[in-house]
Design a protein around this ligand. Structure first.
Ligand code: FES
Length: 292
C-alpha cells in the first residue's frame, strides 16, 4: 500500500535532491507548454512541424532506424511527446509515481540526445546529456530515501485504488494542460531578419542553393529572371526534406514522391499532399541575398 503524502515526498529527500526535482519538474512542464503553444509543432504545413524536426535527424542520428515510423505518425507522436513532458513534470513536482517519472525523464533525455543534440560537439554544449544525468541522479536519490516501500518497487502499486486514481489524475491534468496550451498558441516566431544566405555576386540567374532558414529548418533558394525566391524544404505531406531535381526543375520528396514546382509558387505537381511548399521571404540587400 503506497501512502502518498505531498509534503513527505519533499521532506523525505535531501535538500540537493529537492533542488534537482524542482528544476526538472518545472522545466519539463515548461517544455510541454512551449510545444503546446507552438502553432507549428503539430502543423504539417509548418517548417517547425515535429515531423520536419525528426526528418532532419535521419542523416545523423544513431537510432535513425527507429525514426521512420515516428515520421509516418508524426502528429500522433507530437501529441504523445507533449503529454509525456507534462506528465513527467507534474508527477515530479507532486511526487506521484516519482521514481517512474524520473526514469521516464531519463529515457526521454537519452532519446533527445541520440536525435536532437547528437551532432552538438563537444557533447557538453548540448543540454540533453546533463538532463539525463540529473534524472538518473534524482532517481537514485529518491530510491535511497524512499521509506517504507518495497526495494524493487519501481512501478506504482496498481492494487491501491487511490494510487491508480492519483496516476489517472496526472494523466488527465497532462491532457488538459495540452488543450489549455493550444488555446494560448503564440504567434509564429518572427525569423531573424537580414540573415545573409549568399553573396549576390556569387549567385547568378539560374542558381539554386540549399540553406538553413533562420528558424533552423532546411530551405532552398532560387534565382531566375523573375528575381530571388525561396521555399521551405519541409514536405507538406509528412515532413521529409524535398530536394531539387536538376532535370525537371522540380522539388521532389524522397519519402512518397510528392513533387512541387518552384516556378509556380511551390504548388503541388504530383503527390499525396495538396499543400504547396511554404515560401520564405528573401531579398537582395546590399551585396547579399538575405532572409527577411
Ligand atoms: S513526406 Fe510524404 S511525400 Fe513528402
Amino acid at each position: 500500500m503506497a501512502n502518498y503524502s505531498f509534503a513527505k515526498s519533499w521532506q523525505n529527500i535531501p535538500v540537493g535532491a529537492r533542488l534537482i526535482r524542482l528544476f526538472l519538474g518545472v522545466t519539463f512542464i515548461y517544455g510541454g507548454w512551449n510545444k503546446a503553444t507552438d502553432p507549428g509543432f503539430l502543423d504539417p504545413k509548418s517548417a517547425s512541424y515535429i515531423g520536419a524536426q525528426i526528418t532532419s535527424y535521419l542523416d545523423t542520428s544513431p537510432i535513425s532506424f527507429l525514426l521512420q515510423p515516428m515520421i509516418e505518425n508524426a502528429t500522433a507522436f507530437g501529441w504523445s511527446i507533449i503529454i509525456t513532458e507534462f506528465a513527467i513534470g507534474i508527477a515530479t513536482l507532486t511526487g506521484i509515481a516519482l521514481e517512474l517519472a524520473a526514469l521516464g525523464g531519463f529515457f526521454l533525455s537519452i532519446t533527445l540526445w541520440l536525435t536532437a543534440t547528437w551532432t552538438v560537439k563537444p557533447y557538453f554544449l548540448g543540454s540533453d546529456t546533463a538532463y539525463a544525468i540529473l534524472w538518473l541522479a534524482l532517481f537514485l536519490l529518491v530510491r535511497q530515501n524512499t521509506k517504507g516501500r518495497r526495494v524493487i518497487a519501481l512501478l506504482p502499486d496498481l492494487r491501491d485504488r487511490r494510487e491508480v486514481i492519483r496516476i489517472l489524475g496526472v494523466g488527465a491534468a497532462s491532457v488538459a494542460a495540452v488543450f489549455v496550451g493550444r488555446r494560448f498558441e503564440s504567434s509564429n516566431p518572427t525569423p531573424e531578419t537580414g540573415t545573409a544566405i549568399v553573396k549576390e555576386a556569387d549567385f547568378p540567374t539560374g542558381s539554386v542553393k540549399e540553406f538553413i532558414a533562420a528558424d533552423g529548418t532546411p530551405a532552398i533558394l532560387f534565382r531566375t529572371k523573375a528575381g530571388v525566391f525561396a521555399y521551405s524544404r519541409v514536405c507538406t505531406h509528412q515532413g521529409c526534406s524535398v530536394g531539387h531535381d536538376a532535370k525537371t526543375g522540380l522539388l521532389i520528396c524522397p519519402c512518397h514522391n510528392a513533387q512541387f514546382d518552384p516556378t509556380q509558387d511551390g504548388s503541388v505537381v504530383i503527390g499525396p499532399t495538396k499543400i504547396a511548399l511554404p515560401k520564405i521571404k528573401v531579398a537582395i540587400k546590399g551585396i547579399n541575398i538575405v532572409q527577411i
